[in-house]
Design a protein around this ligand. Structure first.
Ligand code: HEM
Length: 545
């Protein structure tokens, strides 16, 4: 009965579905959505200049469309016109992405001093990464305990992580790049190489052996990572009013990938909890048992020490492995691809100088990678840092959201309403000739020349050099004008791991493989505020060492 009524309704409505009516409905919907998000968004202060088509209703419509092709140019204009004179500006909203107040570098200190209860990084990440839909359960990103665990444990456990990575890198490179000393092996640089190899290293640190080599598990982690990225791109294009509907469909992807991965991760966590509890209870069978040094152990130990019973639930820990895969995989893969593109498009002497350093240090350390040896790889350190600058992957970083109901006032006297999103310019700062000499050039050894020179000095000469300043030009040091890992107390806690991982990966690659230079540097594209990685092919051949 109900079915035939519905069929009748559909049949009656069919003649109305003309192209003109559909077009009219789309335009009306778009208009309502734009007005809706305009009304619900925080009011941006009149005193702050806007880039793009400016502020106001009509401009909002224009901004929505031209933002896709012009956001990069708008941030550049804003940086030159306002940031460099110490003034904030507003980057207009796009369909689903809110407007952002871009705070100049001169106010960075103030920005970083604000407590999380005033300016929250977690809340900004929750919004951009779609915490309601992309993380299996909203609580995972509302209370990002996994980030706290990484902040507390990763850097201090690197000594134990390095030999594990060393083992994994040998294994993965042999497997992916082969042992043939005659023929070059070709693969897509991002999808075929970086996105295949990075998940293995990441999971050696998160869940250890043997799971980090289980292809089905790795596929689910990669699938989940792509879910989050797809969500990030999709929600920026979809008007805010539609988010709950689109979100309900989108959230099925992350849930599916969790469902597929938990058959591996839950038993692992359950067993680890069991073993740790037995060990702590003094069970004689566990006298010689050593707890593995990975995220699962760090998570359990931290939750036990802090009395967080909720974070000892095996399901909860199993889910938390997923956002860390997301945080690690795509960022590291894109950074690694950037390094390969920059280095392989540079003069061949760059590859030779990097290879010489890698071979020398590897040999000095007894044909293995050590924390001490890696800390002396100044050239590789510099090439990666320089590539992060030269091939910057974001327009702004250091994102935060105003959490105080009455809003806050910046040192410039601008009042930011509750809910306002703020960030600092990165891409234009990275290319600013007042900050970096010849910023358009990829100068691989920009940061290592002075460090290498310092190493050759005698004690008297060394005493005249500001050694701390030299050290601060290292890959993991963030600064007002160096934001690829963010800055301040919420700067990326994974960067110490990344520095070791990429130095070992590229060092090992140069020692054991010939790598073909790129005939031409592939071009990078930006859509809205997002960088689209260029396509490039990696060609490697095992060297006869
Ligand atoms: C080259 C690789 C990476 C890059 C470029 C990168 C970049 C960043 C940036 C820019 C931020 C701050 C975002 C902001 O300013 O809004 C961040 C935060 C974070 N990253 Fe990374 N990341 C990388 C690798 C990793 C890895 C390997 C891990 C973990 C194992 C990780 C874990 C995190 C976490 C947990 C945060 C949030 C920190 C907080 O809010 O307190 N990242 N990352």
């Amino acid at each position: 009965m109900a079915g035939s009524y519905l069929a009748q309704q559909i049949a009656d409505a069919a003649p109305l579905l003309t192209p003109y009516n559909i077009f009219l409905a789309c335009v009306t919907y778009l208009a309502i959505s734009i007005v809706g998000s305009f009304v619900r968004a925080p009011r941006y202060p009149i005193s702050v200049p806007w880039v793009g088509h400016g502020k106001g209703w009509l401009s909002a419509f224009k901004n929505v469309f031209s933002g896709f092709s012009s956001s990069k140019a708008w941030v550049q204009t804003g940086y030159e016109k306002y940031s460099k004179s110490g003034k904030a500006f507003v980057l207009p909203s796009m369909l689903g992405a809110p407007a952002e107040t871009v705070i100049p570098q001169s106010q960075m200190q103030w920005l970083l001093e604000q407590p999380d209860s005033v300016l929250s990084t977690a809340a900004a990440h929750y919004d951009t990464l779609q915490g309601d839909y992309s993380f299996v359960k909203p609580v995972i990103l509302k209370d990002p305990y996994h980030e706290h665990v990484i902040h507390k444990n990763l850097a201090r456990n690197l000594n134990a992580v390095v030999p594990e990575l060393d083992d994994e890198i040998r294994h993965a490179l042999d497997h992916l790049c082969g042992l043939d000393t005659e023929q070059f092996v070709k693969m897509d640089m991002l999808e075929g190489f970086m996105m295949k190899i990075i998940p293995i290293f990441t999971n050696r640190m998160l869940v250890g052996l043997p799971l980090c080599r289980n292809q089905d598990f790795l596929d689910t982690m990669l699938g989940y990572t792509m879910d989050v990225i797809r969500g990030f791109l999709l929600f920026a294009l979809v008007p805010k009013l539609l988010h709950p509907i689109v979100g309900a469909v989108h959230s099925l992807g992350p849930k599916y990938h969790y469902w597929r991965s938990r058959k591996y991760t839950r038993p692992l966590v359950q067993k680890r909890l069991h073993d740790i509890r037995k060990k702590d209870a003094g069970d004689p069978e566990y006298k010689d048992w050593k707890e593995p040094n990975d995220f699962v152990t760090w998570s359990i130990r931290t939750a036990m020490a802090e009395g967080r019973q909720d974070e000892l639930d095996p399901g909860r820990i199993a889910i938390r492995i997923m956002p860390l895969n997301f945080a690690s995989i795509h960022t590291t893969a894109m950074t690694g691809q950037g390094v390969l593109i920059d280095v392989l498009s540079a003069d061949p002497s760059v590859v030779e100088a990097l290879r010489e350093e890698a071979e020398r240090i590897y040999k000095e350390e007894g044909n293995r990678w050590t924390k001490n040896g890696l800390s002396r790889m100044y050239r590789m350190d510099s090439a990666i840092r320089e590539s992060q600058r030269h091939s910057a992957i974001a327009l702004t970083f250091v994102s935060k959201k105003v959490m105080v109901k009455e809003g806050i006032t910046t040192p410039e006297g601008v009042h930011l309403e509750y809910g306002t999103n703020v960030g600092c310019p990165w891409l234009p700062a990275a290319n600013d000739p007042d900050i970096y000499e010849k910023p358009d050039e990829f100068d691989a050894f920009r940061y290592s020349r002075e460090r290498e020179e310092y190493e050759t000095m005698n004690a008297d000469e060394k005493s005249k050099v500001d050694a701390l300043k030299l050290k601060q030009s290292g890959l993991v040091t963030t600064g007002n004008y160096h934001l690829p890992f963010g800055h301040g107390r919420h700067a990326c806690p994974g960067r110490f791991f990344v520095a070791h991982e990429l130095k070992m990966l590229f060092g090992h690659m140069l020692i054991h493989y010939d790598v073909r230079p790129l005939a031409e540097r592939p071009k990078t594209m930006w859509v809205g505020r997002t960088m689209i990685p260029p396509k490039a092919v990696l060609e490697v051949r095992r060297r006869r060492v």
